[in-house]
Design a protein around this ligand. Structure first.
Ligand SMILES: *Cc1c(COP(=O)(O)O)cnc(C)c1O
Length: 377
């Protein structure tokens, strides 16, 4: 088994793995499961600072994004798609698939989205039902400031669908204070449960918009309104993956018991960027660095494949390359959730130092030493 230091899926703690092996009841018929599901959803809402209802859906992160768009979009709806990364742009596909008209607002792919520039754009045109916003665009490591972007959109009467799958719990999220209508998360990133579940928080405004649609949602599985009375009727629209949810609950309990989680991510993110810079390697971004992933350019002397293979073969550590326009160009270290410990990152940087040396990439400083020196011994 490799030590996975990828930006999702992440390492899964033993108590989460054990929770997935607990004895199962029939989740369709046993009311104690409905209570357990609701309680887990309420814990997630609390951690994400919202009074809004959370729903856990049986499907991976992408299902949450698609369900938000499927449920919110009616044919002909104009949707503003904020794009400064692969996931940002990708939302346009979900919008058009369900008959909406995506309007791309494309910004610089190397810098965090500028709310002032967005405001200028909104002054010209703000006739949109909702906007899609990516909090952490993982392929480049881009962090967008949803604390400013979402309230701004709200001021213009535009609802927001936010993909925080890879950012939440590694970066602050205040759903209500920031006027986020639908917030999407996944089990396999900072939450540190295995892949397989997504969850969404839904505001009253988004609910009433979905409930007053003129046309039916063009999907069953991705239709959030099918959960409308699940608790009162003790009836889920489809059988819930009970073992996955037991695991998710343990992971959520771990987060609840870890008040330093955000601070740890901030320190590790900062220390990692410093280690990469001082070694003379180039971070891919110019601004908007997410504290959940560090992305650096593949040095001229080598290839992404050589780095990834050497890390696996010689050090048993799995890092990630990237995809789309970044394929072959960058290496990503995922330091979110259980990956984000000083010990994991020290080991990773020591292995990267050795890998770079083996591949003939000269470094100005040891990444391990720079990283480690930023924490007390
Ligand atoms: C991981 C991730 C998702 C979930 O998608 P998968 O690629 O299927 O894992 C969605 N959005 C972002 C930003 C992610 O990083």
């Amino acid at each position: 088994m490799y030590k996975i230091m990828t930006p999702g899926p992440t390492q899964v703690a033993e108590n989460v793995r054990l929770a997935r092996s607990l004895e199962c009841t029939n989740p369709d018929l046993d009311e104690t499961f409905v209570e357990f599901y609701k309680e887990t959803c309420e814990k997630i809402s609390r951690l994400l600072k919202t009074k809004n209802e959370t729903l856990i859906l049986g499907g991976e992160g992408i299902l949450g994004l698609e369900a938000a768009c499927a449920s919110m979009t009616e044919p002909g709806d104009r949707v503003l798609v904020l794009d400064n990364g692969i996931y940002g742009k990708g939302f346009a596909d979900f919008v058009s698939m369900y008959g909406g008209i995506p309007d791309l607002y494309t910004a610089d792919y190397k810098n965090t989205m500028d709310p002032e520039a967005l405001k200028v754009r909104l002054e010209q045109d703000h006739d949109y039902k909702y906007a899609t916003v990516v909090h952490g665009d993982t392929p480049s490591g881009m962090l967008n400031d949803i604390s400013r972007i979402c309230p701004l959109l709200h001021q213009y009467g535009i609802m927001t669908v936010v993909d925080s799958v890879s950012a939440m719990f590694g970066e602050p999220v205040e759903t209500d204070a920031w006027n986020i209508d639908i917030l999407c998360g996944g089990s396999q990133k900072a939450v540190s449960a295995p892949p397989g579940l997504t969850f969404v928080t839904i505001s009253d405004a988004a609910k009433s918009s979905m409930n007053s649609r003129r046309t039916p949602v063009a999907s069953f599985y991705a239709n959030l309104t099918t959960f409308r009375n699940y608790y009162e009727e003790k009836w889920f629209p489809y059988t819930m993956p009970i073992s996955d949810i037991y695991g998710l609950r343990a992971a959520i309990d771990n987060i609840e018991a870890d008040p330093d989680m955000l601070k740890r991510h901030a320190m590790i993110g900062e220390a990692s960027r410093k280690a990469v810079r001082e070694a003379g390697l180039s971070l891919y971004l110019e601004s908007g660095f997410s504290n959940t992933v560090t992305v650096f350019e593949v040095p001229d002397q080598t290839t992404d494949k050589a780095i990834l293979e050497t890390m696996k073969q010689d050090h048993n550590i799995m890092l990630a390359g990237s995809f789309g326009y970044l394929a072959g160009k960058v290496i990503r270290i995922g330091h979110m959730g259980s990956n984000a410990t000083v010990a994991n990152m020290t080991e990773t940087f020591a292995a990267l130092d050795a890998t770079m040396e083996k591949l003939g990439v000269p470094l100005n400083a040891s990444m391990e030493k720079t990283f480690r020196s930023q924490f007390p011994s």
